[in-house]
Design a protein around this ligand. Structure first.
Ligand SMILES: Nc1c(/N=C/[C@@H](O)[C@H](O)[C@H](O)COP(=O)(O)O)[nH]c(=O)[nH]c1=O
Length: 363
């Protein structure tokens, strides 16, 4: 017989394993327990397919009668592509439900719980809640703001540089760190870089994990459409590429990119308005955006305070260079007191590097 948190951890681990493949739905796991035995397991595997509870209750069969179910997100109560899970739980004879996090959608939040309680089922909310909120932070942010959760990522040397003055940056961080980056590419719906990164590095911006992984949509911020037509992101057909320009770009100059399969959108007259861009991406159900730089782009996201998380990989190298690139460009603040206060939420070693994750302080 395990503790309630052990069963919920199991459900959370199944949900973690599906992160990146369920968008635009959240990652959800469910475990059915009867008299101390695990009799059913399930996770939501793909948008439009069965929810976690459906898989777990189907696996439990008759044993669901009088059992407990542990689920990482409040069971749905509305008829979507599948019948509501709250009704399925009621009809299966389950006697108590443990829920880690409630549904963030104000239209449905609490309704599933109420239906279960009205049917005489015991409902316990909050088991491993913080882990469940962290797991679906992209989904929760998107439901609330209708714009993507933005993660800025940089890779720097011990003396704070992202590239040598020559522009060379291969490679600053270790294989292990760069592999870690690809897990995050898989978990984000889209990846964004500025055109200077395209010109300098000619990146693919694809997810290259040993076991595969989902390629994010590639967003290139390129005011004056300077992306080379032979760039990998234009020619490799590995993933959708959207080039964001300002409205001064002539329509005929977009045609070769569109013929190559790219989408070119013009969002504003001068510098790209990031908040406008994020609303545009949100309208395309892009729930999470991974921004790999360069410094001008990071500088804009900082100035606009338009991000939710900052990941820094620091490598044990010193390269010097007064003109070497750093993580954040832009005009910067005049006084330190105007700087953005952050909370460091984690520090870990990866290979010979360290990885620091920080989030803006909530005031
Ligand atoms: N120079 C480095 C990085 N560089 C990050 C970007 O500047 C690169 O253009 C981008 O990751 C290349 O994407 P790819 O072609 O899909 O591999 N990022 C890192 O984590 N460590 C580095 O040492």
């Amino acid at each position: 017989m395990l503790k309630h948190s052990d069963y919920m951890e199991l459900a959370l681990n199944m949900a973690k394993a599906t992160q990146g493949q369920t968008s635009p739905n959240p990652a959800v796991g469910a475990v059915v327990v009867k008299d101390g035995d695990i009799v059913g397991l399930g996770a939501h595997l793909k948008a439009g397919e069965g929810h976690a509870e459906v898989h777990a209750i189907r696996a439990a069969g008759e044993k669901a009668e009088g059992a407990d179910i542990y689920v990482t997100l409040e069971p749905c109560s509305h008829y979507g592509k599948t019948p509501p899970c709250s009704q399925l739980i009621i009809s299966s004879g389950i006697k108590s439900v443990f829920i880690a996090s409630t549904d963030p959608n104000p239209l449905v939040s609490g309704k599933g719980i109420q239906q279960l309680r009205d049917a005489g089922i015991q409902v316990h909310v909050g088991e491993c809640q913080s882990e469940a909120l962290e797991l679906n932070k992209h989904f929760f942010h998107f439901i609330k703001h209708k714009t993507p959760y933005v993660t800025l990522k940089t890779a720097i040397t011990l003396d704070g540089k992202t590239a040598a003055p020559s522009g060379d940056s291969k490679w600053i961080t270790s294989e292990e760190s760069r592999l870690d980056v690809h897990y995050d590419r898989h978990r984000h719906d889209a990846i964004l870089v500025g055109v200077n990164t395209i010109i300098r590095d000619n990146p693919h911006l694809t997810t290259r994990l040993p076991q595969g992984g989902k390629n994010p949509i590639r967003i290139i911020v390129d005011n004056h459409l300077r992306t080379p037509l032979d760039a990998n992101v234009v020619t490799d057909n590995e993933s959708k590429t959207i080039i964001v320009t300002n409205e001064s770009v002539k329509e005929e100059d977009k045609i070769p990119f569109m013929e190559a399969g790219c989408e070119v959108i013009s969002l504003s007259l001068s510098r790209i308005d990031l908040h406008h861009l994020l609303r545009e991406l949100g309208s395309r159900s892009i729930q999470s955006l991974y921004v790999e730089g360069g410094s001008a782009v990071h500088g804009s996201f900082l100035e606009e305070r338009a991000f939710q998380e900052f990941i820094m990989y620091m490598a044990p190298k010193l390269i010097g260079g007064r003109d070497a690139f750093t993580s954040f460009g832009g005009s910067g603040v005049a006084a330190i007191t105007e700087g953005l206060e952050m909370n460091i939420v984690s520090i870990e070693s990866i290979g010979e590097d360290i990885k620091i994750v920080a989030v803006p302080k909530k005031h």
